[in-house]
Design a protein around this ligand. Structure first.
Ligand SMILES: O=P(O)(O)OC[C@@H](O)[C@@H](O)c1c[nH]c2ccccc12
Length: 268
């Protein structure tokens, strides 16, 4: 399904007046045995897609919460191979898109051609590679395109306008609007200029724009979501799952995706 699944699922939700919510979890945190249960739960809560982190020893864009989750996952012996195998076992039980968040090094070591083929086999629809700049994309784009795997590009608050336009033009599936300057991690509030940044991004692209980094509660989710198409939440979700606070995960997701056409939130 690949890129097309992301486009269709997101378009359906947006057309129904819903905002999008994409939780990030670290594959192998808590063991790969619980991955199926967690993904089914997130889908049931109303997640529009899931961003699945591949643990890596040198996660330069990650703050302490996700770094710690990565260390736990690596200690559990999580590898790209075991994640692919696990997903293949239950992919057909989920209808939401699955997006990998992986640094370039593990993908490169695995072999980009094999990686793209295994994404297709395991039903991985899209990919975020945070340490792959536009200038180096030639390393991967052809292989991903052949398998229809969306390469989701990241816009930064500090990117000059011309670069933002290029990023917006190239991105597939959606545009990831990084909404803080710094690493991942829950924050109490966002900078004042973030809303304008999101509105500007909406103007330069037709694909959905999702805001990520720093969202830690439904109020922030709704605030950022009001200026774009929805939010991505990582650290807060990772922390709540680690603490087994399942009900709070549900509240965070459902509280963030209000429905723009019928004011009460849908639990579908
Ligand atoms: O953790 P936060 O602040 O909620 O941010 C989302 C983020 O975790 C997730 O999208 C992500 C995890 N690691 C990344 C590295 C780069 C870009 C994005 C990510």
């Amino acid at each position: 399904m690949g890129k097309q699944r992301i486009e269709e699922v997101f378009q359906d939700k947006l057309a129904a007046g819903q905002k999008l919510f994409v939780p990030y979890i670290m594959a192998g945190d808590g063991g790969l045995d619980i991955l199926e249960e967690r993904l089914l739960f997130l889908e049931e809560c109303g997640a529009s897609a899931v961003e699945l982190g591949i643990p890596f020893s040198d996660p330069v864009a990650d703050g302490p919460t996700i770094q710690d989750a990565g260390i736990r996952a690596l200690r559990n012996g999580t590898t790209l191979t075991s994640v692919f195998e696990t997903l293949e076992g239950f992919r057909n039980k989920l209808s939401m898109p699955i997006i990998f968040m992986a640094y370039l090094n593990p993908i490169y070591k695995y072999g980009i051609e094999k990686f793209a083929a295994d994404c297709e086999k395991a039903g991985v629809d899209g990919l975020i590679i945070p340490d792959l700049p536009l200038e180096e994309e030639a390393l991967v784009v052809d292989y991903l395109q052949e398998k229809s795997i969306a390469l989701i590009r990241l816009a930064a608050l500090t990117s000059p306008e011309e670069r933002l336009r290029e990023i917006a033009k190239r991105t597939e599936g959606f545009l990831y609007a990084v909404s803080v300057t710094g690493t991942t991690g829950a924050r109490a509030a966002h900078q004042a200029n973030v809303i304008n940044y999101l509105r500007d991004l909406k103007e330069i692209t037709d694909v959905p724009v999702l805001a990520g980094f720093g969202v830690s509660n439904p109020e922030q989710g709704r605030e950022l979501g009001s200026a774009c198409d929805g939010v991505i939440v990582g650290s807060k979700i990772v922390e709540l799952l680690y603490q087994d606070k399942i009900d709070e995960v549900k509240r965070l997701i459902q509280g963030s995706i209000y429905n723009t056409s019928i004011s009460s939130s849908s639990t579908r």
